[in-house]
Design a protein around this ligand. Structure first.
Ligand SMILES: [Zn+2]
Ligand SMILES: [Zn+2]
Length: 345
């Protein structure tokens, strides 16, 4: 399809511009999609504020959570056709590298990220169309479907956390990812403690099912406040960080009981580090893990969660905003106002 489209281009930290560029041309195994919903994400806010290692070109398209309509399809694509409503995630493993052979698909050495949801159109590469793209059922809105990518990451995080029925689980951070953790931990039958510094976010945490909320700015000791809620004050069975703040990673580790699983999910700034008490790690037999990204298996699980109505998808969307107001939406996110914004063209 020839012509120009509106797009938000990232030029550098704090510098995002609303411009016209050429509509992407597609190859024989690709598809062109008209974006109907693009959701704001914490990682887009990070990109906006401090840049992103993969965005080194002068001007980059960004945004990676979207759903839309196929408007043009390559001649070799046989599993989709023009006119279909679809949602896809932002990458697919290569199935050939060392880590893919180990079936550690989120560690694939050849993950290429398909960004560009903050635009009128996006091009979908052939490999993503084949393995990580889904048709949206009629009963599901575009904006609900667009939750697929972040939800797939969180499904991955939940499955790596080994949560059992009646476990006490603390989720540090009640941003979009923390709230998804709360919703999914409740589906596992856990008792959930949500910790955040914002009463507004803790209100959302309650809506998504948190059994206990703690405003970290209103207690002397967040770690003790969490432990006080557990039997014998011994600490939680599973502790999750969804903040990406090194100091909170350290507190998350201290919130676990002996034998706890500690899931340090939120990605921190580059070149940061944390301190861990070696004796605590050893004698408490803690399992401390990092969890990153998604795999096609978790994408499928997330798609089933959205389409089966097991989580309250609509509740994640605070408001609709037009594409030209993207920066306002990111600023609102930066002020921790609302959960996700639905960017439309
Ligand atoms: Zn995201
Ligand atoms: Zn690979």
């Amino acid at each position: 399809m020839k012509g120009k489209m509106k797009v938000q281009l990232f030029y550098g930290p704090g510098d995002v511009r609303y411009e016209d560029i050429d509509i992407p041309e597609i190859g024989n195994d690709e598809a062109l999609v008209k974006i109907k919903s693009a959701l704001t994400c914490g990682s887009d806010l990070k990109t906006y504020r401090r840049g992103h290692p993969t965005m080194i070109k002068k001007a980059s398209v960004f945004g990676h959570e979207w759903a839309g309509d196929i408007v043009e399809i390559g001649s070799e694509v046989d599993n989709f056709k023009a006119g279909e409503r679809i949602v896809a995630v932002n990458s697919v493993p290569c199935y050939k590298c060392y880590y893919c052979k180990l079936e550690r698909y989120s560690l694939c050495e050849n993950l290429i990220y398909n960004n560009g949801a903050y635009a009128e159109y996006i091009k979908i590469p052939g490999n993503i169309l084949k393995k990580n793209t889904y048709r949206i059922p009629d009963k599901i809105d575009y904006r609900e479907a667009a939750l697929l990518e972040p939800l797939a990451c969180v499904v991955h995080g939940i499955e790596e956390s080994n949560i059992k029925t009646d476990d006490m689980v603390v989720i540090n951070g009640a941003g979009p990812i923390g709230l998804m953790f709360i919703a999914l931990a409740k589906l596992k039958g856990a008792l959930v403690i949500s910790v955040d510094l914002s009463d507004e976010r803790l209100g959302y945490a309650r809506e998504f099912g948190a059994d206990y909320i703690i405003n970290g700015s209103k207690v002397d000791d967040q770690v003790q406040a969490v432990k006080d809620l557990t039997e014998g004050k011994r600490g939680v069975d599973v502790a999750v960080d969804a903040t990406g703040i090194p100091g909170v990673w350290e507190m998350t580790i201290l919130m676990g009981r002996k034998g706890a699983v500690i899931n340090l999910f939120g990605g921190c700034k580059p070149d940061t580090s944390i301190n861990i008490d070696t004796g605590l790690l050893h004698y408490s037999e803690l399992t401390i893990k990092g969890v990153y990204h998604h795999t096609p298996y978790y994408v499928k699980k997330a798609f089933d969660l959205i389409t089966s109505g097991q989580i309250d998808t609509v509740k994640f969307i605070t408001a609709d905003m037009p594409l030209e107001k993207l920066v306002n939406a990111l600023e609102l996110m930066g002020q921790q106002k609302g959960i996700k914004y639905n960017i439309t063209t």
